[in-house]
Design a protein around this ligand. Structure first.
Ligand code: PZK
Length: 287
């Protein structure tokens, strides 16, 4: 990290620095959160897996929408990004009904104003993907909102644009991932505007921290699905009787190793690249 970079923000597992007036540095750590708690034990290379996957997808979706990626750093975990004016909207697309979408459906029969058929089960595939925006919470969980509220926040025209682009991005990546044995249950985007008001995809894209990845060969609707990457860690935590409030438990070496292997497997299956090739030269993901 350059000495001149000023820290401007923290996510749960990422840090954001200012490089100059036009550029930010986004650094993905190896921290992992489960049940919304960041654990004291890191998963080696997790930040590199997420950074590499995000860059892979940015490179392959730039014809759908431009993105903020300017360069990958040699450390494999840092990306130089265009500085944008971020929209105050979490742009979520769901192809399957789970998480907060499932909760809302159970309570009301609808998700963000999308009225759904009766009798759907947890993790059912939706007849077509739906755009389910949320507001960014400073802390705690994002709040699902309907399209009218979302259009108030960003304007009707911009709402129509982010909905169309989000559905197009999800359609592209979910078809690609499904061919490689991974179901992309849902995903979250954050968009911004460049200096002339053009829509630009920011943040991270199609990483296991911004999406739910499910192993296709274990898919069985009617129950919550095992997470491709985090199930190892969740299952271990469940054996402890931990109450899921901070501090989280330390992870034993075998859980760390199993978890790292799942992240690397997701990277290799989705990109078709050796993870070691990425470590040697991160630009391999850019194609
Ligand atoms: C931006 N965040 C959230 C993410 C953090 C915080 N390209 C951009 N331009 C302007 N602002 C942002 C981005 C991006 N991406 C993103 N906050 C501001 C965030 C990761 C780590 F600490």
């Amino acid at each position: 990290m350059p000495e001149t970079a000023t820290h401007v923000g923290s996510g749960k597992v990422r840090e954001l620095y200012e490089l100059d007036d036009d550029r930010l540095l986004l650094v993905a750590s190896d921290r992992i959160s489960t049940f919304d708690v960041v654990l004291p034990t890191e998963i080696p290379d997790k930040g590199r897996v997420l950074t590499g996957l995000s860059a892979f997808w940015f490179a392959r979706t730039r014809e759908i929408v431009p993105n903020h990626l300017l360069a990958l750093r040699a450390d494999g975990r840092s990306t130089e990004c265009r500085r944008l004016e971020m929209l105050p909207l979490e742009c979520v697309v769901r192809g399957y009904l789970t998480g907060s979408g499932w909760k809302d459906y159970e309570a009301t029969g609808a998700v963000c104003g999308h009225q759904l058929a009766e009798g759907l089960r947890d993790s059912d595939k939706l007849p077509e993907p739906i755009f389910t925006p949320a507001t960014k919470a400073q802390e705690g969980h994002d709040e699902n909102i309907d399209r009218a509220r979302a259009a108030e926040l960003v304007g009707q025209e911009r709402f129509d644009e982010v909905e169309r682009v989000s559905l197009e991005l999800y359609g592209f990546a979910s078809a690609y991932a499904a061919e490689r044995g991974i179901l992309l249950a849902d995903t979250k985007f954050e968009f911004g505007l460049d200096e002339v008001g053009r829509l630009v995809l920011g943040d991270e894209a199609f990483t296991p921290d911004s999406s739910r990845f499910w192993p296709a060969d274990e898919y069985e609707p009617g129950r919550p699905q095992p997470s491709f990457d985090k199930q190892f860690v969740r299952d271990y935590c469940e054996t402890l009787g931990w109450d899921k409030t901070p501090p989280g438990p330390d992870l034993p070496d075998e859980v760390v190793a199993g978890s790292r292997a799942r992240y690397v497997e997701a990277f290799e299956r989705l990109t078709g690249l050796d993870f070691d090739a990425y470590l040697a030269d991160p630009d391999v993901v850019l194609g």
